[in-house]
Design a protein around this ligand. Structure first.
Ligand code: GLY
Length: 393
């Protein structure tokens, strides 16, 4: 078990720009080496071993989009065209998932891979990415039930007649529906995404801002059967990655709708996340569990979300508050033991948890931690670059 050691919080290890520059240099070198470690562009890093080597999975795994996503961010950050080539290579095999009806995670897979490609790339080779994303979004939309006002998730631990389970993670798969609707897909895709976010805000978020991981509805009338957790410690605890998914998802929904209610919910979720962090800003895997593992991925996701959220806040003191928190979180992530120090690894961050109750991939690297870490860095730098241009934050 990882002993929770006190690591320097805030900027104790040096000014944040220096920490970020060092982390970027090491991250780019590791990602370059990872291309040989992975080798086959139809295989994708998922979780690390305890020796910090990548376990590889096919495009069918929910995590497959994150490795091409890391390569896209490496290109954006470095402008080294080799990363563009590798990102395109590892994006290609994800396409075979675009008609897969058995997963709620098509948004993760396609927005991190094809979505980043279309965001960053130019030229005819990128033109077909749009159609791929729209097809994937249309497949995902088949999970929508108007009685419930949600897309269903694809797994549960219990079998209940007529149950329609929804995990909070599905919030991360709304972005693809909005994007598709705004880029030639059916406008109904955005309506479904908006309804899902409203339902989630109503049913998943507790009065204190914590979240349930799963809500089970009756598929025939939309009534709630029960609420609880799948990956967290207990039905009334808050699983930290679920909280981060909810926060990030609400910010993304605000980006597409500009409806204040989603920004308000995002701030409530952020407040809970921040106020439950230990002094070093790295979330425990579950905010109420007595089992003291951390889940670095939750802090990576939340940090990236905060760097987007602050762009939407008009109130300068609120903006400064969340910016300070996001920067403190990023500073910790750039330092050991969270940023891996082994010289023989191509993983960036250590100490994530996939699924503690079944002892699966506990306290190891996770590719999605690396992805949201790189995204947080790109957003941090973009925020400061914009602030420099405008002369204020
Ligand atoms: N979406 C799956 C997970 O967060 O483990």
């Amino acid at each position: 078990m990882l002993v929770i050691a006190a690591v320097p919080g805030g900027l104790a290890g040096g000014p944040l720009d220096v920490l970020v520059d060092n982390a970027v240099r090491t991250s780019l070198a590791r990602l370059e080496r990872s291309v040989s470690e992975v080798g086959d562009p139809a295989l994708y890093p998922s979780y690390g071993t305890p020796q910090l080597k990548w376990q590889l999975k096919s495009s069918a795994d929910w995590t497959s989009g994150f490795y091409p996503g890391c390569l896209w961010y490496a290109w954006e950050i470095s402008r080294d065209r080799r990363f563009e080539g590798w990102a395109r290579q590892w994006t290609a095999a994800i396409e075979q998932e675009k008609l897969n009806p058995d997963t709620h995670d098509l948004g993760f897979r396609f927005m991190c891979s094809f979505g980043n490609g279309i965001r960053l790339g130019q030229g005819p080779e990128y033109d077909r990415y749009k159609g791929v994303i729209i097809t994937a979004a249309t497949t995902l939309a088949r999970r929508y039930n108007p009685q419930v006002g949600c897309l269903s998730s694809n797994w549960d631990l219990v079998k209940i007649e007529n149950a329609f389970p929804v995990v909070v993670d599905v919030m991360m798969n709304l972005e693809i529906l909005f994007w598709a609707a705004e880029n030639g897909g059916s406008p109904e895709l955005a309506q479904m995404a908006r309804a899902h976010a409203i339902t989630t805000g109503r049913d998943f978020v507790r009065p204190d801002g914590g979240t349930y991981h799963v809500v089970r509805y009756d598929q025939n009338n939309g009534r709630i059967i029960n609420k609880g957790t799948l990956q967290g410690a207990g039905p009334e605890t808050t699983w930290s990655r679920g909280q981060a998914w909810a926060l990030y998802g609400m910010v993304a929904v605000y980006r597409h709708t500009r409806e204040q209610r989603f920004l308000d919910t995002a701030m409530k979720l952020a407040d809970y996340f921040i106020s439950h962090l230990p002094a070093d800003h790295v979330a425990p895997w579950d905010f109420q569990s007595g089992i003291k593992y951390r889940d670095v991925s939750a802090t990576c996701i939340a940090t990236s979300a905060l760097f987007e959220m602050i762009r939407y806040l008009d109130d300068a003191s609120l903006r400064a508050h969340y910016e300070t928190e996001a920067e403190a979180m990023l500073a910790s992530l750039c330092q050991p033991p969270w940023f891996a120090t082994r010289t023989d690894t191509n993983c960036l961050l250590d100490h994530s948890v996939q699924f503690l109750p079944i002892n699966s991939n506990v306290d190891v690297p996770a590719i999605f931690a690396d992805y949201y870490f790189l995204e947080a860095i790109a957003r941090y730098r973009a925020w400061h670059a914009a602030a420099g241009r405008l002369g204020s934050k």
